[in-house]
Design a protein around this ligand. Sequence first.
Ligand code: GLN
Length: 269
Amino acid sequence: MSAPAVSIGLLLPDVLGTYSDAGNAVVLARRLQWRGIPAEVVTVTADDAPPRGCDLYLLGGGEDTAQYFAARWLARHPWLPTAMTTTAVTLGVCAGLQLLGRSMTDRDGHEHPGLGALDLTTWAAPGRAVGETLVRCRLPGVGVLTGFVNHGGATVLGADVAPLGEVEHGHGNDPAGTAEGAVSPAPLPDDVVRARPGVVATYLHGPVLARNPALADHLLARVVGHALPDLDPDRVPDLAALRRTRVPHGDGRGTGTHRPEGTSPCPAR
Ligand SMILES: NC(=O)CC[C@H](N)C(=O)O
């Protein structure tokens, strides 16, 4: 009898769909299938009844209005945030990071409740963080993450989460610090592949798992409970060459700019 497929719940791509974050689901499924592990992507739109029991859940980025809608939608299915944090592995990107936190305070000072799945809070920063970003990831074996950020929120982490990594170039959670993203539980156990359930959250788009397959494999290892074998090199693109094109100055200087609010070439709020 064949093993049941790993189910990847892609939540609200119709609402949280900036920068092709839904591509994270494709990356995860393909990297399993290339290793002979069956995988299925379960796409959950705002009109759908969310499925129970996915192994992985994904939330992408979106404008402020979209993310407040998504937070209210998730709150209407309270077992879902519980599953995302107590039985599954969850990846939240940008708006997905913010709404998994405790609260999000908008530019008018109005506080919107988050799901409380991550010990972090977000408020409107004075300017938007926009640009290519490099992050030295704290997760073992993942290395340096690259991604594109565009967000107006600034996030401060509480004691029950750890940063996903430290910014080497570009923008992190908060203009005042170098922390990027969040992981829970914190601290992670030494044997991190046993750390299922768990939440990994980041501001990085790309999609982040297309640009950083080592992060995809970290999430998958936690789902299947063991490290995954290396992929056939013929299957994978030349990542070093891709990184050189995506981190234009190769020396880590990157291209990030901190723009005053309202001047972003592509506002996502
Ligand atoms: N790119 C995003 O997901 C943006 C998240 C959020 N709306 C912000 O601007 O901070």
